[in-house]
Each structure stands twice: as structure tokens, then as C-alpha cells.
Write a protein of this length. Sequence first.
Length: 187
Amino acid sequence: MVVEEGWWMGSLFEELEAREAAARVRVEELEAAIAELSGKLALARDGLERLRVTRETVAEVLAEITPEAATAVVAGTSPEGESVASAYAGAERQVVGVLTVPNWQPGMTSDVLPSLYRDILEVVADAPGPIRAKQIVPRIGLPAETGKIEGTRSKLKRPVERGWLDEEAPGLFTPARRRAAASPNSP
């Protein structure tokens, strides 16, 4: 009987050693995967930082452009009125950030904005008073879903930051006051 118990204990230790070896291999595999993902994360962070710096640089450059030049850039003409061929023609929806909603300057009209922002400004201008994103969404042809309302609320912040709209109280949007008296045809 003693011989059988010793045999059993020997195979138990062999099984534990085999499991430990398998666990060690799995740990090494996971560590290698983590090292690979860490490298990919570092590359992605570098790309993100380059994009952030580029966006800030473009914002600075656009802030220095005169209203006429900014309007011409959006319209695809030179400041002298000559047509300019663009490698980005037809890609207006892919333009991000500052290029989509430029800072409002005297003489600028909503024609420089993408159609969605023009629609939003029109709805805000037509409202009898301050208006909320959930009231704007159905009027611009979107379903009154939480995601669409939140997306529109986010979009409303850009024209506020850039002088096209005012936010009287959190979530209540009106046409920018300083422009209302200056030009009745402005959005």
C-alpha cells in the first residue's frame, strides 16, 4: 500500500509541475502581448500629439486670416476672386475643428459654414426666444434621440465659442447679440 501512495504523490507533483510550466508560458505570452500593445500605444499617442499640435497651428493661422481671405478659402477662390482648385474639393465633411466653423468676424455670413451649421443658425434665429438642443434636433431633420440631441448640443458649442451664437444660460442658445443689430440678414 505504501508503494501506491508514493506513486500517487509522484504523479501529483508531476502534474503540478506541468501546470506551472503551462502557466509560465501563458504569462510570457501575455507579457509579450503587453509589450507589443505598449509600443502601439506609444505610436498612437505620438500621432495624437502631432494632430493636436497641427490643429492648434491651423487655428492660429486661420485666426490671422482676414475675413475676406477666410471667406475666399472656404469658397475655393483666391482673395482676388480667382478660382482655386483644391485637392480637398468635395471633402467638406472630413474637415474638422476650426476649419468647419471659423471665428465670426464683421462682414461674415453663414454662407461660410457647412449646411448643418447654417440650418442650426437658422433654427436659432427663427426661435421666439432661447432654444434648447432638443428643440433644434427635429427642426434640422434628425430623430429626437438622446444621441442626436447630445451631438447637436456639442455642435452648438462651436458656434458659441466662435461668436456665431450666444448661450444665455447652460443649454439655452440665441443668436449672437452683438451681430443682431449690425446686420439683420446675418444668422
